[in-house]
Design a binder for this molecule. Structure first.
Ligand code: FMN
Length: 173
């Protein structure tokens, strides 16, 4: 079994999850950011990670998946600013919609699993959004305090359990 863990990460959160997943896997494995992957053809399973941006998968993820994932067994790992469980049903629905858009771009692949967790909204980005004077973006920036410190140790361990479970059927008998 050959496994590739690949990711795109602007502020480091998704990279942390990628590294946790990578360290939990046995066997023949490789970790690389999207832009260093030339051809994932020789891999039996590809873990693909990215952050949610503007309520869906960011352009680098769409591009990577369209170019390299069709016909392949893939598992997604995603970070986002939304709370995992939100009593506000609208917010909970918004997260579900974001994840659905991420699944949708994988329609030509065999999606064998999806992991997601919160990732800290960086101070720089939150300040930029606050300065935009656009109410929706300012409201989004106000979520930052709820995101600080994520992904935390528990989430990284959950990502590792996810990855081991996904990889188990691919392991040689
Ligand atoms: C420009 C920008 C747009 C974002 N848009 C969303 C969004 O629509 N929904 C969401 O849940 N999180 C959003 N986030 C938060 C990121 O998904 C989150 O902080 C993520 O963990 C960043 O991952 P990274 O450090 O790997 O880049 C956005 C962050 C940035 C910088």
């Amino acid at each position: 079994m050959k496994i590739l863990v690949t990711y795109w990460s602007q502020t480091g959160n998704t990279r942390k999850v990628a590294e946790a997943i990578f360290s939990s896997l046995g066997g023949e494995k490789t970790i690389k950011p999207f832009d260093e992957v030339e051809n994932p053809g020789g891999f039996d399973l590809v873990f693909i990670g990215f952050p949610v941006m503007q309520f869906g998968p960011p352009a680098p993820a769409r591009k990577f998946i369209a170019a390299h994932a069709p016909g392949r067994k893939i598992a997604l790992f995603i970070t986002h600013a939304m709370l995992m469980q939100n009593e506000d049903q609208q917010q909970q629905d918004l997260l579900e919609k974001e994840l659905e858009k991420c699944r949708a771009v994988c329609s030509k692949s065999e999606l064998v699993g999806l992991f997601h967790c919160q990732g800290e909204l960086s101070e720089k980005i939150a300040n930029e959004l606050m300065a935009s004077n656009i109410p929706m973006l300012m409201e989004f920036a106000g979520m930052r305090p709820l995101t600080i410190g994520h992904p935390d140790q528990g989430e990284l361990e959950r990502a590792q359990t996810f990855a081991r479970n996904i990889a188990a059927p691919f392991a040689a008998p």
